[in-house]
Design a binder for this molecule. Sequence first.
Ligand code: ZN
Length: 390
Amino acid sequence: MHDVVMPGMRAIEDEMIAVRRTIHAHPELSFEEVATSGLVAERLERWGYQVTRGLGVTGLVGTLKKGSGSTAIGIRADMDALPIHEDTGLPYASSLPGKMHACGHDGHTAMLLAAAHYLASDSCQFDGTVHLIFQPAEEGGGGAFRMLQDGLFERFPCDAVFAMHNMPGYPTGKLGFLPGPFMASADGVKITITGYGGHGAMPHKTVDPVVVAASLVMALQTIVARNVPPLETAVVTVGAIHSGEASNVIPDSAELQLCIRAMTHEVRSLLLERIEALAHGQASSYGARAEIELFDPYPPLINSEQETAFARQVAVDWLGEGGLIQNLVPVTGSEDFAFMLEQRPGCYLLIGNGDGEGGCMVHNPGFDFNDDSLAIGASYWVKLVEAFLR
Ligand code: ZN
């Protein structure tokens, strides 16, 4: 069968798989990606890239210019691992207890490195600038946001920006594109209800925050059911609720922690607005008061129409419709590449990690990135650069 991967990429495939496995064996958590970014920087410099380190603490950008064109493309890979104890039994499994590349960011980094290697070779021609963005802390801490705060797009102007994530459950190496809202916003909400504590046998002398919390949990369910338009997507989950220590003591306060998800800015604002109104309204109706704090805000990930159509066409021209994941639907997970897509048009796409053995879900101790998709993903980056900087 005709090999879709270019010979130059096949020639470096084994070496890049070895790099992937080295990164896999030495996972680093958010903002601790010192060895990983060091490895990336060393390779990029060896291949002739101008490397700028220290964006978003451990992030870096590798820049390569060919020809005289003024167009620039940004491609981002994430580098961080998760606080999970690996249980794959693989020969290159994590050497560090409690840390693991359980989301395949080792593969994303290696794919972009393989593309970098090929892009720098004489067999690859393009006209313009490539900024390869190696991002820390995707899993927590908003590494993308931190890189933007450090002037990512001012210092490395990109006309469009792209990123790829592996996805178990889809055939190996198939690519998935979806224009518009693709992944959800994510906001943490902490609600503290303050009542007035006292003896469990004399509730009339207290303002019981436990009752307020219970009432609020039920009221919060009406936001999705009664306020969000039925054809829109939204999630309001109360993931934690804490109050009290003893059966005969009515506590002073109760704390709720919520996770909320939406696919659009409008629905996200509606959720926050209704949570606030219900928390204050419910609390005051019982004579208590509520305080609301937001944490870890991530915007919805919205793929721009034009760049997504372009990125998809590059895949179709190369692989045909058969190379694509069909019937892709949006997901209520979140992704901090959304911050970059707020500032530049672009597309976040998926690459199938396999539906057989590669079907183990990300963030599971048995997960591993599928090396069979590495050369395909890397070749796609090359095809995209060649088409974008034609
Ligand atoms: Zn991930």
